[in-house]
Write a protein that binds this ligand. Structure first.
Ligand code: CP3
Length: 347
């Protein structure tokens, strides 16, 4: 293929000498330059909607480390906000939203065609980035998967076990399924607009997929992702899609084939040797260093990186963490991670 972008090569199934690298939450509070720009913007949401500053924080980790991909700086909860939910962030605690717990509350949401009225600054961020990124860096757009976004819309906040969303699903399945369907359509619309603005790859974050079991996993994690992939592929056959049904465990098996996604992102609850044997046979894998290594560093981190890179060296691989980097991470460990991966020698 005619690209010099390593991420696009891996997504097309190429096995490279060393895997391309990026990191979930690579623009974030562990970086002093991020904290400075965030202070300039005022707060997190103002930063998301300020296209110039959002592009600036997206570029910061690229300048500092030379990652192979940049991920648009935004949040999965901007979509519910664009659908009419109130959204705010409580410092040190996380997101808060107005809740959806009935058919009536569902009906109060705005029509999908109106999401762009709120989300247009996000598309502008994408347009700025597609001009300013180095030519070898891939631009990744993203959205939350319907189930994960629904868990926040129903509970009005993050919850350890997503119980409010499970209760809503179990007690009012019709309204719950209407919400999932609405979010599926809105996500297709949102990701399409990101692609139109210049996103070269899109990623679907299903952070709470692991709390769906059995049939529920198929109906509410796998099926919505499959629909989103099918609709995007019909419109944009050349744009690769990364799916991240976090903590899916054995349900990771077959997920790539069933959904038609190009790459399966895996968290660190699955061993890289198992991933190579049971998942990488179906295509490109992204992952999966435990984020806490970015805090502790040292030889343990180096050894674990070498194990992951070695285990996944026989197929297409994009190196990433198993989940986002945390604010207490040491920026020097990120540099050492990249150096370790790029110096890896195949045996
Ligand atoms: O990865 C990136 O660098 C791109 C930007 C990005 C953010 N959030 C920025 C952010 C992405 C891809 C997300 C996705 C996201 N947001 C997810 C899915 C991935 C995951 O982590 O499971 C979820 C569940 C959210 C919702 C969300 N946003 C929560 C629960 C929180 C609070 C937790 C925290 O770390 O503070 C956020 C805030 C958030 N989103 C921050 C960033 C950089 C921290 C905000 C700050 O600067 O204070």
């Amino acid at each position: 293929m005619t690209t010099n972008k390593k991420i696009l090569k891996a997504l097309a199934g190429e096995v490279l000498d060393t895997p391309p690298i990026w990191m979930m939450r690579q623009a974030g509070r562990y970086l002093p330059e991020y904290r400075e720009t965030r202070a300039q913007a005022g707060d997190f949401l103002s930063l998301c909607y300020n296209s110039e500053l959002a592009a600036e924080v997206t570029l910061q980790p690229i300048r500092r480390y030379g990652f192979d991909a940049a991920i648009l700086f935004a949040d999965i909860l901007l979509l519910p906000q664009a659908l009419g939910a109130d959204l705010w962030f409580v410092t040190g605690e996380g997101p808060r939203l107005s809740t959806i717990n009935s058919t009536e509350e569902l009906k109060s949401l705005k029509p999908i065609s109106e999401i762009h009225d709120v989300l247009h600054p996000i598309y502008e961020t994408v347009r700025i980035l597609s001009k300013e990124l180095p030519k070898e860096t891939t631009l990744i757009g993203f959205a939350g998967a319907p189930w994960t976004v629904a868990t926040y819309m129903i509970a009005g906040r993050g919850t350890p076990d997503q119980k409010p969303a499970h209760d809503f699903k179990d007690n009012n399945v019709l309204a719950f399924e209407t919400l999932i369907e609405l979010l599926t359509k809105a996500t297709i619309e949102y990701l399409s607009a990101q692609i139109d603005a210049g996103a070269e790859v899109v990623k679907i974050f299903d952070s709470w997929a692991g709390s769906l079991k059995g049939d529920d996993f198929i109906k509410y994690a796998l099926e919505p992702t499959k629909t989103i992939v099918a609709e995007l592929k019909a419109k944009y056959p050349m744009v690769p899609i990364i799916a991240f049904p976090r903590q899916a465990g054995v349900a990771y098996k077959g997920f790539l084939k069933s959904t038609g996604a190009d790459c399966l992102a895996v968290d660190d609850s699955v061993a890289s040797a198992w991933v190579a044997k049971y998942l990488q046979i179906d295509g490109c894998i992204q992952g999966n260093l435990k984020s806490s290594h970015m805090v502790s560093g040292g030889q343990d981190m180096v050894d674990e990186i070498n194990t992951i890179v070695s285990d996944l060296s026989q197929g297409p691989h994009i190196f990433n963490l198993g989940h986002g980097i945390t604010p207490d991470a040491n920026p020097e460990n990120v540099a050492l991670m990249i150096e370790t991966i790029r110096n890896f020698k195949r045996s």
